[in-house]
Design a protein. Structure first.
Length: 745
């Protein structure tokens, strides 16, 4: 029986090749979108699950309210002594590991200079406790998990790093000379292990692992003291209660916490310290992270839901297409169903036959869809920044493909099969073909199909318009030709920044030079500037972003000075210098005349880094936006941090319209004269802005593609219905031609 069904299905598909091609193409595109979505979600939802005990691994985090009253959660603010204290005082913890990938926001605290022979390079590192490989299941190509971190001068390299320094040689037992960029000390470390290639979906991606004890060499840390910060990870024992472990950790922190002067100790029960499952780390983009958290590649789950929605809608359009064409062909297939009923076929047998044809068509589309998936995959990887593969050998791949084919075939073919199987054979053979509700449904399905397409187009245009508005928005400064130079690595900041600024200004194509304590465009660092409350003598208070900047900041960035004056070297110092505020600050304070106002700056919580003090408003600038354009323009204040100080992280150079490449070469030569041992790192501010919104732009492209394919499938469906309508009116068309009608008529 099934052989007969398949034979008839194949003959039907072959006879009606145009409709078959339309159905297969539409379903194939929808299935390809679903396959890409499956690969993306499998990658995202599988983050960190390769660890043997992933479901029992947690990260300790601290929750607090910033100056805006917003709740922020941080993981890399745990005192380094907390790790050993938890291991000793929390019986629920089977393993405890401290982890950090740096100290603070300066580049010199995020890398270590590694040298072997003539090969020398700055490398990112990860400091971990000795039992790191017992808590996590990172694979090792060489070395024993229990012994690779047994000595203070051990070093574990990634396979790529081992190849860079040792080529094809066996690195085990070989020495590397490390130079701390923070302490300027050198020590030899012995290679004790080599990491195997890591899964792509790992939040922690170590390149160079060092024992946590080496923090003394790198940063002058006392790793047993209740000071300095790191991350603390726990492996809970089987059956252990997470809440019980949290209570004991709070008690430990409360015991060692030093309350601020004039404040009461916080009871342990009120300390906002919690445990976060390892599986949630990658998708938790609301988590506040500072350099040193050791986690890479966080991505909002919204993107996964967006892709699911796009794939579902494209597949829905394809299924509607299939259903419409099947209903449209009901007239030609109804006589076949009537004859089969007369000779004894039951409704269930007819449903099986017509449903089987739908599933056969779907599986043909599935084959084409897999080919399209392979074709689209490189472009999709370029959009998402991933390296996804079909991986047919994985246990989840083929079952998912087969399940998708059966599900789509059943969904698209169920209603047409039911309609064709319930026709009255007597009426059919008499030529009386009922239209009924199926005709009305077909019309509604066509409307729904084009409604989805219009929705896609509207979303695409709206997102494109939003991106255009963001790119054209006046940021309050001129971002063109602004060179941002990383200047935090030189060994003597106080002796470097000032002279280097003078040297750079000698070039005729350099129009201005200034500096900033932090990078201006940074999706993470802007959060740290929210913790300052500014209060005037009348008691009015506003929370403002603060930016520590050099002289000539306004002129170099070409910001509009609305009132007052800029910082002046003859009049202003960090101790006596005033504060320049934006118009949003003045409006929030309710001031009519802001110049000369004295304000108190008060720290708000652990995020703030500068001392409280009284300053005077000396100038007002137009509103500017260094943070995300998704946020409203907030009150902001500029405070003085001259180039002669060591704290400025970046130097900002306004380059003229002349030979930009030659100007950069000149600046790099001056850099090499002053600090030949340091790498010259720079970027353009407009490129930083473009990179900042790159993720948004990529997902706009994904929606564009969804709209394109949805409209294409809908148009193919409309073409198929038009062909069906024309085939039903063959006699009428022939008669009209006989009577003299032309093709155009």
């Amino acid at each position: 029986m099934w052989k007969n069904y398949l034979t008839i299905a194949w003959r039907t598909m072959w006879r009606q090749r145009a409709y078959t091609a339309i159905n297969i193409t539409g379903l194939a595109v929808g299935l390809a979108f679903c396959a890409l979505t499956f690969l993306f979600l499998r990658h995202e939802w599988g983050y960190d699950r390769f660890h043997e005990n992933a479901e029992r691994i947690y990260r300790v985090y601290f929750q607090m309210a910033n100056g805006q009253g917003e709740v922020q959660r941080m993981a890399d603010v745990m005192d380094v002594a907390l790790g050993p204290a938890v291991a000793e005082g929390v019986p629920e913890a089977e393993q405890v590991v401290r982890l950090t990938s740096g100290r603070g926001g300066d580049r010199e605290d995020q890398v270590v200079r590694v040298r072997r022979g003539e090969t020398a390079q700055d490398e990112k590192f990860l400091l971990v406790d000795e039992n790191f490989f017992e808590l996590f299941s990172f694979p090792l190509m060489r070395g024993s998990a229990r012994e690779v971190l047994s000595t203070r001068n051990s070093a574990i390299l990634s396979a790529e790093m081992a190849s860079r320094y040792f080529g094809d040689e066996d690195p085990i037992g070989e020495r590397l000379t490390l130079r701390s960029q923070a302490t300027r000390k050198e020590e030899d470390f012995v290679v004790t292990g080599v990491l195997a290639p890591l899964p792509d979906n790992s939040s922690i991606r170590p390149n160079f692992i060092l024992p946590f004890a080496s923090a003394e060499f790198l940063f002058h840390w006392d790793v047993t003291a209740w000071e300095n910060s790191c991350n603390v990870y726990l492996l809970l024992k089987e059956g252990a209660e997470r809440e019980a472990a949290e209570r004991k950790i709070r008690a430990i922190v409360a015991e060692h916490m030093r309350p601020r002067e004039g404040s009461e100790p916080i009871p342990a029960a009120e300390l906002p310290i919690y445990l976060q499952p390892l599986s949630e780390i990658h998708s938790d983009t609301d988590f506040f992270v500072w350099i040193g958290h050791g986690v890479e590649g966080m991505r909002s789950p919204v993107y996964g839901y967006l892709l699911m929605g796009i794939a579902a809608l494209v597949l829905a359009v394809a299924c509607i297409n299939f259903t419409n064409l099947a209903l449209g062909r009901a007239a030609t297939r109804s006589r076949e169903g009537g004859v089969r009923k007369v000779v004894g076929a039951t409704r269930s047998q007819l449903r099986s036959q017509f449903g089987g044809e739908a599933i056969l068509t779907t599986f043909a589309a599935l084959v084409v869809g897999v080919a399209l998936t392979e074709l689209f995959l490189p472009a999709f990887n370029g959009l998402t920044g991933l390296e996804l593969e079909m991986e047919y050998g994985r246990t989840s791949t083929l079952p998912a493909i087969l399940l998708l084919g059966v599900g789509v075939g059943a969904l698209a073919g169920a209603y047409p099969a039911a309609v064709l199987s319930r026709f009255d054979p007597v009426r059919i053979l008499r030529g009386d073909l009922p239209a009924g509700s199926s005709g009305r449904l077909a019309r509604w399905l066509v409307v729904a199909q084009f409604a989805v397409s219009v929705f896609f187009i509207a979303c695409s245009l709206l997102m494109q318009q939003q991106m255009r508005l963001m790119s054209e928005k006046d940021l309050g400064f001129n971002e063109e030709n602004l060179l941002v130079i990383d200047t935090d690595a030189p060994p003597d900041g106080m002796g470097f920044h000032g002279p280097f600024k003078e040297r750079v200004l000698q070039h005729a194509n350099v129009l201005g030079v200034t500096a900033s304590r932090y990078k201006l465009i940074d999706p993470l660092l802007h959060l740290i500037r929210q913790g300052y409350a500014v209060r005037d003598d009348a008691g009015r208070e506003v929370t403002a972003r603060q930016y520590r900047v050099d002289y000539d900041f306004l002129s170099t960035l070409q910001m509009d000075l609305v009132a007052g004056r800029d910082f002046e070297e003859e009049r202003d110092t960090p101790e006596t210098g005033g504060m320049i505020v934006n118009e949003a600050f003045v409006r929030s304070m309710g001031w009519d005349d802001p110049l000369g106002r004295s304000v108190q700056i008060e720290k708000k919580g652990r995020l703030s880094r500068h001392s409280s003090g009284e300053v005077q408003v000396i100038g007002v600038v137009g509103n500017f936006q260094f943070a995300s354009l998704r946020e409203a323009t907030e009150p902001a204040a500029l405070l003085l941090s001259p180039s002669m100080t060591w704290e400025n992280e970046v130097m900002i150079v306004r380059v003229g319209p002349g030979d930009v490449a030659a100007t950069i070469d000149f600046i790099e030569q001056e850099w090499q004269v002053m600090v030949p041992e340091e790498e010259f790192l720079y970027s353009f501010l407009d490129q930083d802005l473009e990179h900042y919104y790159r993720g948004d732009a990529l997902w706009v492209d994904v929606v564009h593609y969804g709209a394109l394919f949805s409209v294409g499938i809908a148009c193919m469906g409309a073409l198929g219905l038009a062909l069906l309508a024309a085939s039903r009116r063959t006699k009428e068309i022939g008669l009209r031609k006989t009577m003299g009608a032309s093709v155009t008529q």
